[in-house]
Design a protein around this ligand. Structure first.
Ligand SMILES: [Zn+2]
Length: 502
């Protein structure tokens, strides 16, 4: 009996210790202390936001639509010419102060040389082009997709958020600063690509040019995240600053077999081999990593707003790691930020129902997590399908392959300035305290080309607050930007230029 009580006592003590450790770790869980170092933001010059809204509407009416790589085609580039003319007419002060270089004809590289040109410059980015509107959906819009109507507190139309809002806000901010007599110590560069939605050749060429000039920036800022009015993980507002973006590769898996008549099929046709390969890839996903940045820092950044149980689980991954990995992986959005995703997209077999395919193939699209690379993904596919005979694996011919970006610093001055701007953007009129956290961008932006000149200072954030309805407009119907958000963006970009450049 005594022994039983001793054992039970030991178990109870162990459980109490375990609970104690779990609770203590949960209480300690949160953002790193040094992330709280305060930056006092300068007060930017006043801007007529309604006039800026009308200008954004005018920019939306100029249809700089790109659909395929190489757009705009020669002879079809009048909208880009018109956009440049409209910007130049509206912002004389900044166009006078900054030198302009046209790269690949329509990408704009503008430079405001600082009084101390030895300082690393700050680069603000936006893109001039927009995605098309799906044919047949024009009538679904509250206001026409290219009407540029300002109504009900919004600027309506394709490009309002993605990304002419940033284009106009950066120029409004720069123009107001130039008019106010502001003269930056640090050089300020604007980089406005003309074809982000198809290939980003404009931005790629701009960064190649800056690299040839040995430019190493203190900050590169592009689109990607903002303050989210409803962050799915917490159900509360959160400001996310993109510090990395995923890479991209499409691989084609091909099974070559004899083909022939389907009345006498072999035991394992090419189509079956492809099916087995896809099932194998589905069942053996690339590994999730909850402990790598930026995911771990994002969770810490918003930890105060997490439900207690979720917070406890993240704080105690040493104990609950496998449970929480399973939970995160079962949610499509969360899964996409913790691992390289595997998405079979194009399937090809024979062209007739009674003919066996001689070549069956599948294209699988991977979005590459910063832990992985084009090479490691390709190797993974080879390893996982190595037991299946007769397969070849190659990069899909029409696909683009790009490595994931490096993960930028969250302890740099640039990040602290963005953090202060994000907090002030999200605070609203009552000065509420919105958590700010680094995050991984799962789509591709022009900022990926900036890794040619920076490994740790590329950020993706717009000083605006987006609610769920706003987010539906991205590449969708009823894209719109609130006039309030345009005001926040002009203010935020001006503060960034002043805090970084002043
Ligand atoms: Zn965009």
């Amino acid at each position: 009996m005594k022994l039983v009580w001793k054992i039970l006592g030991g178990v109870a003590l162990a459980i109490a210790l375990l609970v104690g450790v779990v609770m203590w770790r949960t209480m300690q869980f949160g953002p790193k202390a040094d992330a709280q170092a305060a930056i006092t933001l300068p007060e930017p010059p006043a801007v007529d936001v309604n006039a800026a809204a009308e200008m954004l509407g005018a920019a939306i009416r100029i249809q700089t639509v790109t659909t395929t790589a190489g757009d705009p085609q020669p002879g079809a580039d009048q909208p880009w010419i018109d956009l440049h003319a409209a910007l130049q007419a509206r912002y004389p002060a900044i166009f006078t102060r900054m030198t302009m270089e046209k790269v690949l004809t329509h990408a704009m590289l503008m430079t405001w040389t600082g009084t101390d040109p030895s300082l690393p410059p700050v680069i603000l980015m936006a893109h001039q082009d927009v995605v098309p509107v799906n044919p047949g959906t024009d009538a679904d819009w509250t206001h026409g997709p290219f009407g540029g109507v300002v109504a009900d507190g919004y600027i309506w139309g394709r490009g309002a958020m993605d990304d002419k809002g940033s284009l106009i806000a950066i120029l409004e901010a720069g123009d107001a600063l130039a008019k106010s007599g502001f003269s930056p110590k640090r050089t300020i560069i604007f980089a406005f690509g003309h074809d982000e939605e198809v290939s980003g050749k404009g931005a790629q060429e701009i960064f190649a040019l800056l690299k040839s000039r040995n430019v190493t920036p203190a900050m590169v800022l592009d689109e990607g995240f903002a303050v989210l009015g409803n962050f799915p993980l917490t159900g509360k507002p959160a400001a996310l600053i993109g510090v990395a973006e995923k890479g991209y590769i499409s691989l084609q898996i091909t099974a070559t077999t004899e083909g022939g008549h389907s009345s006498r099929p072999p035991r394992e046709s090419g189509a079956v081999r492809i099916a087995r390969a896809l099932v194998a890839l589905e069942e053996k996903q690339m590994p999730a990593d909850l402990s790598a940045p930026p995911f771990n820092e994002m969770i810490q950044g918003v930890s105060a707003d997490l439900p207690f149980v979720t917070r406890m689980a993240f704080a105690n991954q040493w104990l609950l790691g496998s449970v929480i990995t399973g939970q995160v992986s079962s949610d499509a959005s969360a899964n996409a930020i913790v691992r390289t995703t595997t998405a079979p997209t194009m399937l090809n077999g024979s062209i007739k129902d009674n003919v066996l395919p001689q070549r069956a193939s599948a294209v699988v699209n991977f979005r590459i997590h910063p832990n992985d690379s084009v090479a490691s993904v390709t190797q993974h596919v080879k390893d996982v399908t190595s037991h299946i005979e007769g397969l070849t694996i190659a990069q899909y011919e029409d696909g683009i392959g790009s490595e994931p970006s490096p993960v930028s610093s969250t302890s740099s001055e640039a990040y602290r300035v963005l953090e202060a701007v994000a907090r002030s953007t999200g605070g609203g009129p009552n000065g509420g305290n919105v958590p700010v956290a680094p995050a991984l961008v799962i789509g591709a932006t022009d900022a990926r080309y900036a890794s040619a000149i920076s490994k740790d200072a590329i950020y993706r954030f717009a000083p605006a607050i987006y609610d769920d309805a706003d987010l539906n407009g991205f590449h969708g119907t009823n894209e719109r930007l609130s006039v309030d958000n345009l005001g926040r963006m002009i203010k935020g970009y001006a503060q960034i230029m002043m805090a970084m450049g002043g």
